[in-house]
Design a protein around this ligand. Structure first.
Ligand code: BGC
Length: 384
């Protein structure tokens, strides 16, 4: 009897039938166990509970915190079906709060840097929180990565996912306008991790949302990513000054260490004596994706670990990709699996609008006005 019931429920879920058709009592039963589940991960100093959500689909297993929308773990198989967590993180909330360099987090209101934290909009000057030398980085000292999000699970047809909600009030970190943000994390039946960002505002503001997963496709804590192979569909990048603020130039990658148009090992040119690599202490630059802003996600980058075969393909609607080669990991953090993270032990591929766009009229605009909806999508596809 029990077995029959389970079989029926699984069949109904596969056919996309609603739970009520079978008179199920729990959401879990209605989806054949596919509904994301949550557990307590820890508490913040003020007693606020932080939950960890677990979801799996199509061969990908994801764990997400309500704090910062953090991807705490992302497990995918290698060519022999062996799973590893390929995203750097911690196993406790205290380390996240005290010392995370944005591991796995949702970044906002403005991902990447704004020079001096200053810009003007419709003739009005704004000063936002400065937290990176003279500049503002990733939305300021208390960005979206350090906020507790409301999380709601869903199962829709063959998709499984989480809706994450955060409301950033007018003036938070110096940004104008109350911004209502909804981020959707979806695991598809193919095991793709899709991220849809949406936001609305009640005053003109600037928005640039991204995700800050630190990838190591050989497994977090397994050593350097310099032997990973990468390609980026971009003929130009945005060179920076010593504070990593773009100069405004869109420079050609041809003949530079920044040329990833053909698949290249990350470590190959990383020690070339180049002023831009000195500024970034490695690669910490925005690529100008050839396709520009698109209505639909277009594939722009492929990352592969030759030893395991694990491959990540990134498709996005965004015009830019920040490739950060984990330069500031300095051997002072112990990660999820109990290993020390050192320089180059992971890389970030942050789909975004360009850094400092609010001060660069020639860059694609990051202004959002009342009545408009900010929407971008990035899809991470895995293979081995
Ligand atoms: C930035 C780096 C920064 C890092 C924080 C990246 O997105 O480009 O400059 O150090 O985030 O860990």
């Amino acid at each position: 009897m029990e077995l029959n019931r389970r079989t029926m429920i699984a069949g109904a879920a596969a056919a996309g039938l609603a739970a009520t058709t079978l008179g199920s009592t729990t959401a879990e039963a209605s989806t054949g166990g596919r509904t994301p589940s949550k557990k307590l991960f820890g508490k913040l100093a003020d007693g606020t509970k932080v939950h960890i959500w677990s979801l799996a689909n199509g061969g990908t297993r994801l764990k997400v915190l309500s704090w910062g929308g953090v991807v705490q773990s992302l497990e995918i198989p290698d060519r022999h079906g062996r799973y590893k967590n390929v995203s750097l993180g911690f196993d406790n909330i205290e380390d996240y709060v005290a010392k995370t360099p944005y591991f796995g987090a949702l970044i906002g209101r403005y991902g990447n840097r704004i020079g001096k934290g200053q810009f003007s909009l419709d003739g009005k000057a704004y000063q936002v929180n400065v937290n990176d030398g003279a500049n503002s980085l990733h939305g300021g000292a208390q960005g979206f990565d350090k906020r507790v999000w409301d999380v709601e699970p869903f199962v829709k047809g063959s998709d499984v996912g989480l809706y994450l909600y955060y409301t950033s009030i007018d003036g938070e970190m110096g940004y104008p306008g109350t911004l209502k943000v909804k981020v959707t994390y979806t695991l598809t039946r193919h095991g793709d991790w899709r991220v849809d960002y949406a936001a609305t505002t009640d005053k003109a503001t600037v928005v640039n949302l991204t995700s800050h997963v630190y990838w190591n496709l050989a497994g977090e804590g397994s050593g350097s990513i310099y032997d990973h192979e990468l390609s980026i569909a971009a003929a130009r990048y945005t060179p920076v000054d010593s504070g990593l603020i773009p100069t405004g130039e869109l420079a050609k990658v041809a003949g530079t260490p920044f040329d990833f148009r053909r698949t290249k090992e990350i470590g190959r040119d990383i020690r070339v004596a180049n002023q831009q690599l000195l500024y970034g202490k490695g690669i910490d630059h925005n690529w100008v994706l050839d396709k520009g802003v698109t209505a639909r996600p277009v594939q722009v980058a492929t990352l592969r670990d030759p030893s395991s075969g694990r491959t990540l393909k990134i498709s996005t609607t965004e015009p830019g990709l920040q490739f950060y080669s984990g330069n500031f990991l300095d051997g002072t953090l112990v990660g999820t699996g109990g290993h020390i993270y050192r320089q180059g032990d992971a890389l970030c591929l942050e789909t975004q609008h360009f850094p400092d766009s609010p001060n660069k009229p020639s860059f694609p605009s990051t202004t959002l006005r009342p009545g408009q909806t900010y929407r971008t999508t990035t899809i991470h596809s895995f293979d081995a």
